[in-house]
Design a protein around this ligand. Structure first.
Ligand SMILES: Nc1ncnc2c1ncn2[C@@H]1O[C@H](COP(=O)(O)OP(=O)(O)OP(=O)(O)O)[C@@H](O)[C@H]1O
Ligand SMILES: Nc1ncnc2c1ncn2[C@@H]1O[C@H](COP(=O)(O)OP(=O)(O)OP(=O)(O)O)[C@@H](O)[C@H]1O
Ligand SMILES: [Mg+2]
Ligand SMILES: [Mg+2]
Lengths: 158, 168, 158, 168
């Protein structure tokens, strides 16, 4: 129904407008309806990273697009918040400053939600309160190990 | 409602029974390429009722069963269990009074696929009914992967609308 | 023509079989023709990372797929080697061990080819003989800076 | 043949004339998200003759011209130049005797697009002819991006065949 779509849209838009500057450390973003008819309208993502000009998501850089999408996905998640949220390597295209803010957002969300995230990123690993390592020491067979991050970083350091 | 443990046995590369203790609200999972991290995510999606093999990165539903390694033979059955703490009573319906809620799925190579709620066999619908209002489910936004990120980025305005309709 | 396709296929296959174990630190891979008719056959990518069983590329993990594709792309590059090769963040989904080997391969290729690669990865940055930083201190305007890596790593360290 | 410098002026976010010294065979380019790294790659693709705006992440070919920032107005023209050292004489054809070879492309908002070989205006075809046998060109495998990696991964056997035919 029109009313239901509008209400959903407004809630997602409000969350998106809040998550974007948290993840980007500034700037702004919003969702735009492309037509007046709520039953047929499309939704357009407008984003303005800090210092840049407003544009559709398609004109952003690779990392900016990914982070903008994450802001929208967090907002969609909060529409219907589950006890947990699983993330698979969404920090891959981000620079260090953006990973830091992504991690701060994960930390804040973890007040109410169990955040479980797969990552190769050192900053994200350091953020975790509990770090689970997965290994395949026996070929083809996965096992868990508890990870002592200081030890792991020391081994990885060159 | 909070997740306590994820248990896998025979699921993809987790041939040996494995318990993931969800003992913190901020858990990182790391490890080399190909060690099984995304398989854990597939397992959660699967036990919550995912019925499309494509969304589990396979061609058929039997592809989630451990199919052997150089040292081990393939096995015949896979199972995944999510154990929830419901001491806050936030899960409604017939299970509101349970302090713990376990959902479990088993699959065998002959195509058999069974669901269990607190050890009692049930239908997939009972699992998805349980999830109503909890934000859980195989297609909910509680699982965010690179694939989803890409689809959001590339979505035309009419496609993004569909995302919103499904989320409503 | 049939002969030309077969010759191209064999050369790419040979390069692919060589690059794969260099990038994966072992294992093997090869290209397979799907039919007998060289004019209509498709090409299938078979890969066996170390310790794993042979399979098509589609059954590999995210990082394994990407690295397998890189092996094939290096082989396609060598078919018709240009003076330079530009790479844009192809190391994003790789774990540290795979990034190390990717960097070794870049270094070996740089004997004959000017390798210019965009990266967010610390190991890849340390590999570079020359590191160019791009900044946007003035919003919307890109500038180059020479990067002193030790300084940059020190600033980035927490 | 080896690349000596890449010069950009007015190309996307590189509004100010910028010279990239290609003084090593192993060059890393780093910087924050959105600072212009991929724009450099677009510039090389563009000057080598890329004629599809989609492959330059734009809607029209004018999208490569600096279109303004909070402090600067849009400008009317973009140019990119590649300067090659040809002292080994490896470039054949009419330019074999030149010690240096410069290829340059300019574009203006009115749609004008010009190519220059060693400062002399030429056709796009002269640029692509120069590249024959050098492995260079806007669609050659000398530029490897995430997009290409994804296409290789997702290619069906018949699609991968086409990659090979184009490379032959
Ligand atoms: N049914 C199965 N039986 C045994 N092994 C399987 C099965 N399905 C997948 N695998 C194995 O699981 C591995 C892939 O695991 P996964 O995709 O979880 O890796 P990952 O840790 O996410 O890696 P990356 O960091 O590259 O994303 C592959 O080696 C694959 O062979
Ligand atoms: N014609 C143009 N005029 C001015 N700025 C432009 C133009 N085209 C693109 N840009 C800007 O260039 C920036 C994107 O640069 P680019 O894609 O090179 O980033 P990047 O360094 O590769 O980032 P990432 O690490 O996220 O991939 C955007 O901020 C965009 O606004
Ligand atoms: Mg994975
Ligand atoms: Mg980029």
């Amino acid at each position: 129904s029109r009313a239901r779509f509008k209400e959903t849209f407004d809630r997602i838009n409000s969350g998106f407008q809040s998550f974007f500057p948290r993840l980007f450390g500034g700037g702004s973003a919003y969702l735009e309806l492309t037509e007046h008819d709520l039953l047929t309208t499309g939704v357009s993502v407008m984003a303005r990273p800090p210092g840049k000009r407003n544009s559709t998501i398609h004109l952003l850089s690779g990392g900016e697009k990914a982070l903008t999408a994450v802001a929208l996905l967090f907002s969609l998640f909060e529409l219907n918040p589950a006890p947990f949220c699983l993330l698979d390597e969404v920090d891959a295209p981000l620079d260090d400053a953006n990973v830091e803010r992504y991690c701060e957002t994960l930390t804040t969300l973890s007040d109410k939600t169990q955040m479980i995230y797969v990552t190769h990123n050192k900053i994200s690993m350091e953020t975790a309160k509990m770090l689970i390592g997965v290994t395949m020491t026996e070929p083809g067979v996965s096992r868990l190990v508890a990870v002592d991050l200081d030890e792991a970083l020391e081994m990885a350091a060159r | 409602m909070r997740l306590k443990t994820i248990k896998l046995a025979g699921f993809k590369s987790f041939v040996d029974p494995t318990t993931i203790p969800v003992s913190s609200n901020l858990i990182g999972i790391c490890g080399p390429n190909g060690c099984g991290k995304s398989n854990i995510i597939d397992a959660v999606r699967w036990v919550m009722g995912e019925s499309s093999a494509k969304n589990l990165r396979g061609d058929s539903m039997a592809d989630v069963i451990f199919n052997g390694s150089s040292a081990r033979k393939p096995i015949g059955q896979a199972s995944v269990e999510l154990l929830f703490d419901n001491s806050d009573g936030s899960v409604g319906g017939p299970y509101a009074s349970y302090a713990e809620i376990s959902i479990r799925r088993e699959a065998a190579r002959d195509g058999r696929s069974d669901y269990f709620l607190n050890k009692t066999r049930c239908r997939r619908k009972d699992i998805t009914d349980l999830f109503l209002g909890t934000g859980l489910g195989p297609r909910a936004y509680s699982i965010i992967e690179q694939d989803m990120v890409t689809r959001v980025i590339e979505a035309k305005p009419e496609e993004l609308r569909v995302f919103f309709e499904e989320a409503a």
